[in-house]
Design a protein around this ligand. Structure first.
Ligand code: UD1
Length: 424
């Protein structure tokens, strides 16, 4: 197992490119099951979660291969198997995204029922309710959810909660259903829109993606396609938070500023100067200490829960008091305790963290508990005095491509080493 050693105190400075979006590419890969054939997907980030999704497709009978650095080809002609086993689903919850595409493509799906995870319970009841509304039969037995569809027909679902994965599963399953489907209270996240765009390129009839009501008119068949993934808005936001905390000055390329408007607005409130030009973001903290700001996570276009931990890190050395409220997941504050070990003054009351900004924090040995928590600890380590060791960084490899190389190129002193204490 690896860990990061960070010698803090360097201001981030320079230019980097943002990779393709992890959360966008996972449903795109799943969607290739809908219609047998050969697909090419570009701008794919080389990440652990992507490899896991490719493995799942292979297991179902497909063939996934890297073609060059960031392109994959997927052949789903041989997809006959409909079982997503426990061993893969427990590694990556996004495996449940094959529910919608298996049902649409081969009319049956058996997927290991995902358990809770480090950030909350994360049930899939809404995914299942949605599939039932399309005429699917859903049974749960021996830890697996079994879904079959004798006749897949259009239906109407109003989601009780905005669910990204639930909306994506519905988009996929309904694209080949007979008749019209209406999804109300649909997720508006850019990753949902990206999936809808790829499905439309395949011939699906979808209207309203990016709004709370999506209408899908089922078609008889789709056509395989070539598609490029959008840039990763959370990776971009993470680098901006790191720039703020280290009081640096950076340029991000290949990103879509509009997708992180809420993050940009919040960081501007902290005193960061940000200018956007096409797919480039220029950010500068001008050696200033950030001002404390309050933030509440919300579904898109609100402030993303996947940026909450990184903003909390940035607030630890801000001027003032910041209240950070998490409304999407019930247990997403584990990083607060680790940040406290570095000298941060954070009190968690229910789902709100009250952060009293301190002059400076100091390096410490800390442990990553989930993907975005790992990012927050790295950001804190970059700004802290002295040496920080972040262990269990396998979490970060699930979602950030070459993070240490990118940070090094911005002047950070971060190295990956084997963690002798943690075993292999
Ligand atoms: C996706 C993202 C994740 C992000 C999250 C919220 C991927 C691969 N992951 O996760 O990074 O943090 O969106 O933006 O894209 N819920 C239910 N029942 C359901 C489904 C969800 O109660 O059937 C609840 C969840 O427990 C959570 C909320 O709805 O409290 C939002 O979850 P959801 O949007 O579904 O998250 P994911 O799609 O799993």
């Amino acid at each position: 197992m690896d860990k990061f050693i960070i010698e803090g105190g360097e201001r981030l400075k320079g230019k980097i490119g943002i990779s393709g979006s992890k959360n966008a590419v996972l449903p795109l890969i799943a969607a290739t099951i809908l219609q047998k054939g050969t697909y090419t997907i570009g701008n794919v980030p080389r990440l652990k979660d992507v490899t896991t999704m490719m493995k799942l497709l292979d297991l179902l009978g497909g063939k996934c291969e890297w073609r060059g650095d960031h392109t994959i080809s997927i052949d789903t002609t041989g997809v006959e198997n409909h079982v997503a086993p426990y061993e893969l689903v427990k590694k990556m919850r996004a495996s449940v995204l094959v529910l919608g595409s298996l049902i649409g493509g081969i009319k049956k799906a058996t997927v290991s029922y995902p358990g809770g995870c480090a950030i909350g319970e994360r049930p899939i009841d809404l995914h299942l309710k949605g599939l039932s509304s399309l005429g699917c039969e859903v049974t749960i037995r021996e830890g697996y959810v079994d879904v079959t569809a004798k006749k897949l027909r259009g239906g109407r679902i109003t989601f009780d909660t905005v669910t990204v994965g639930g909306t994506e599963n519905m988009l996929m399953a309904s694209s080949l259903a007979k008749g019209e489907t209406v999804i109300e209270n649909a997720a508006r996240e850019p990753e949902v829109v990206d999936l809808a765009r790829m499905l439309k390129k395949m011939g699906a009839q979808i209207d309203g993606e990016g709004t709370p009501v999506i209408r899908i008119k089922g078609v008889g068949e789709l056509t395989p396609c070539t598609y490029d993934v959008i840039g990763d808005r959370i990776e971009a936001g993470t680098f901006l938070a790191a720039c703020g905390m280290t009081r640096g000055s950076i340029v991000l390329e290949n990103c879509i500023p509009e997708h992180i408007k809420a993050v940009i607005d919040k960081l501007r409130e902290t005193g960061m100067e940000i200018t956007c030009d096409g797919n480039t973001i220029k950010a500068s903290m001008s050696r200033k200490r950030p001002r404390a700001v309050d933030v509440k996570t919300l579904p898109y276009p609100g402030f993303p829960t996947d940026m909450q931990a990184q903003l909390m890190a940035a607030m630890t050395t801000s001027k003032g008091v910041s209240a950070i409220t998490e409304t999407i997941f019930e247990n997403r504050m584990m990083h607060a305790a680790e940040l406290r070990r570095m000298g941060a003054d954070i009190r968690v009351v229910g789902n709100t963290a009250i952060v009293h900004g301190v002059e400076s924090i100091s390096g410490a040995k800390v442990m990553a508990t989930d993907l975005r928590a790992s990012a927050s600890l790295i950001i804190a380590g970059l700004a802290a005095y002295g040496r920080t060791e972040v262990s269990r960084i396998y979490h970060i490899d699930r979602g950030y491509e070459h993070i240490e190389e990118k940070l090094q190129s911005l002047g950070a002193r971060i190295t990956r080493v084997k963690d002798e204490n943690m075993g292999a």
